[in-house]
Write a protein that binds this ligand. Structure first.
Ligand SMILES: Nc1ncnc2c1ncn2[C@@H]1O[C@H](COP(=O)(O)OP(=O)(O)OP(=O)(O)O)[C@@H](O)[C@H]1O
Length: 322
């Protein structure tokens, strides 16, 4: 009895201490108290990183930056923000989720309030969907209870069992709260390759008209992507999230051209504090494969592997110089 009285007393004292010192703690350690700047978007950083580091994706730039800023600026959003990113490999979907994480959370990708689920790693076994659903619901509930501004990133959505994502529908619906937790300030990013066929065909047709890439508007492609996400096999296939219009934005990633690959190669050098070397940039761009074969416009792997190719060429050049 003495022990339990002591335990109760200790927990009251520690709660009081936490209350008293939490503003101080928040100065040195990540926390999510209102008014803190650990989970407040750095607007300049968000705008700057999207406009200078993300290449060839003007639609993404427009939609994602505005969506994040307006959701965070709203003290009482009506629902959680849900953005579905679609496109071919290496066009920047993961890169964009990294840029968001870095600009919204002071600790960037190391924030305790960011959770990334990669289908092939987090949900690898077919037939275990029911278990995964429970785990997913639990992880989201815990994170949002700790921080309303939690960010959830789902990569490889096309590899998820259809139905798995429906488990999170209540969290992104228009509910004020569920069992005392309000999910409406959270953000969900879905990354997938569905809709790629439609985006590629659209980009080729657009190119054939001779109009500039920058003139493509979201309206031109958004519906195509939404239809692809709903009809193709994968996590959003026939999903309730789409049927109930709970996805706020479908964002298409356009295929990258040679000039974008060159910019990625340039960035890789500047990020290493090196002066961009035109010869290396050309070698890397020459080394990529472009399609369609009769009119090689787009890089088959986007900017994927560009960093490795730049590194390889730098090492080779140093060897040659010594
Ligand atoms: N549009 C882009 N602008 C600048 N860099 C890019 C872009 N797309 C890709 N990159 C570079 O290529 C790397 C790989 O791209 P990323 O992982 O974002 O591709 P992805 O679209 O997520 O592909 P996957 O579908 O295979 O997962 C990024 O880390 C980034 O350095």
């Amino acid at each position: 009895e003495l022990f339990s009285a002591f335990a109760v007393g200790a927990s009251i004292v520690s709660a009081a201490l936490f209350q008293a010192f939490s503003p101080l703690m928040c100065q040195v350690q990540e926390c999510c108290a209102p008014g803190n700047d650990w989970t407040k978007p750095n607007i300049d950083k968000l705008e700057e990183s999207f406009s200078s580091r993300l290449h060839g994706q003007h639609l993404v730039n427009e939609v994602v930056v505005r969506a994040i800023l307006s959701h965070h600026a709203d003290p009482q959003p009506k629902k959680a923000l849900v953005i579905s990113l679609h496109g071919d490999t290496g066009t920047g979907k993961n890169f964009v989720s990294d840029l968001v994480a870095e600009a919204v959370f002071k600790k960037g990708q190391k924030s305790a309030y960011i959770h990334k689920f990669i289908a092939s790693v987090s949900f690898p076994h077919e037939g275990k969907t029911d278990v995964y659903k429970l785990e997913l619901v639990d992880a989201i509930r815990k994170s949002v209870a700790a921080c309303e501004r939690s960010l959830f990133i789902f990569d490889e959505v096309h590899k998820m069992e259809p139905g798995l994502l429906d488990a999170i529908k209540p969290f992104i619906d228009y509910h004020t709260e569920i069992h005392g937790v309000d999910y409406r300030k959270a953000t969900f990013l879905f990354l997938s390759n569905t809709g790629t066929k439609e985006i590629l065909q659209f980009a080729l047709d657009w190119w054939a008209t001779g109009k500039s890439r920058a003139a493509i508007s979201l309206k031109d492609v958004e519906r195509l992507v939404e239809r692809g996400a709903f009809n193709e096999k994968g996590g959003l296939h026939m999903s309730e999230l789409i049927q109930h219009s709970l996805v706020d934005f479908y964002v298409p990633f356009l295929p990258l051209e040679r000039r974008h690959v060159e910019l990625c190669a340039r960035d890789e050098m500047t990020s290493r504090r090196l002066k961009p070397d035109p010869a290396i940039i050309k070698t890397v761009a020459d080394d990529m494969v472009y399609f369609p074969s009769d009119n090689p416009l787009f890089a088959t792997k986007g900017c994927k592997n560009v960093a490795q190719k730049v590194r390889y060429n730098l090492v080779n050049m140093q060897r040659f110089l010594h």
